[in-house]
Ligand binder design. Structure first.
Ligand code: GNR
Ligand code: NI
Length: 176
């Protein structure tokens, strides 16, 4: 059993780790299980509904998600997740990202996806996701490939968001 989960810092744009391709996990060790627990604790603390390892500066293909209601949590811990099927139907949902603070945009993606992944016991699992969970799992798998939600919107909107984030970060840095 891993030790108690700890909160880990979330990296923000323009940190280059967010643009790297994460490596597949080759062995599910206690270190990986600890990482999953630390990521879950950090996600709930933020709060967010998903978190990918590159967001905590770890280049491994690991994500956590919980799109459940507050009184009915549904935590997923996924190792090497892969989208194996996507619907032709698309859905537009407002997305945000803990690595792009306080910014949101409407993003169009497949409405339903089927994901295959390993759980923390090393068992192959699959999940058919729709609604918010579908958007979330695609957003998290994007992070493993160095892709951010702003890559799915127009350049004009992307540049506006990045300009706002940089301005906000400059102001908070100069105040500390
Ligand atoms: O907290 C988050 N909310 C969210 C909303 C819509 C679609 C995706 C997400 S994921 C995001 C947390 C995050 O940055 N995960 O990488
Ligand atoms: Ni994100």
């Amino acid at each position: 059993m891993p030790a108690t989960a700890k909160l880990v810092p979330i990296v923000k744009v323009p940190d280059p780790v967010l643009r790297e391709t994460a490596k597949p996990v080759t062995e599910i060790t206690d270190g990986i299980r600890q990482l999953l627990d630390d990521m879950a604790a950090t996600m709930y603390d933020a709060p967010g509904i998903g978190l990918a390892a590159p967001q905590v500066n770890v280049g491994q293909r690991v994500i956590v998600m919980d799109c459940g209601k507050d009184d009915a949590p549904e935590l997923f811990k996924m190792i090497n997740p892969e989208i194996i099927r996507e619907s032709d139907a698309r859905a537009i949902l407002e997305e945000g990202c803990l690595s792009i603070p306080d910014q949101t945009a409407d993003v169009e993606r497949p409405a339903e996806v089927e994901v295959r992944y390993l759980d923390e016991a090393g068992e192959m699992q699959s999940l058919v996701a729709s609604g918010l969970l579908a958007a979330c799992v695609q957003h998290e798998i994007d992070h493993l490939n160095g892709v951010l939600f702003i890559d799915h919107i127009s350049r004009l909107k992307r540049d506006m968001i990045l300009r706002r984030v940089m301005k906000e970060m400059r102001q908070t840095t100069s105040r500390n």
